[in-house]
Design a protein around this ligand. Structure first.
Ligand code: ZN
Length: 84
């Protein structure tokens, strides 16, 4: 399938150069999901709206980024609760 001139096409694989899953925050390789079930992977959920359009994305996160984001989200929530 040919791509029209002046049109750039890319898939999410561009973000993970070698097809390896990487953390969306620190780009740390996440490695293969273990068969033994010991691999711990985080996942975030991005939701954004543009006009009528709603988009959902689940970026892969390494365990440390996932917990860092989770903790800061909780702190934010507490701050907003205190203000309200
Ligand atoms: Zn990370």
């Amino acid at each position: 399938m040919s791509v029209p001139k002046g049109f750039v096409s890319a898939t999410h694989s561009v973000l993970f150069e070698d097809g390896e899953d990487r953390c969306s925050v620190c780009t740390e390789p996440l490695g293969a999901e273990g068969d033994d079930g010991t691999e711990v992977r985080g996942r975030g959920l991005l939701v954004w709206a543009r006009g009528e359009e709603r988009r959902y994305e689940e970026p892969h996160l390494c365990p440390s980024c996932a917990s860092a984001i989770g903790v800061s989200a909780l702190q934010r929530w507490e701050i907003e609760e205190d203000e309200g």
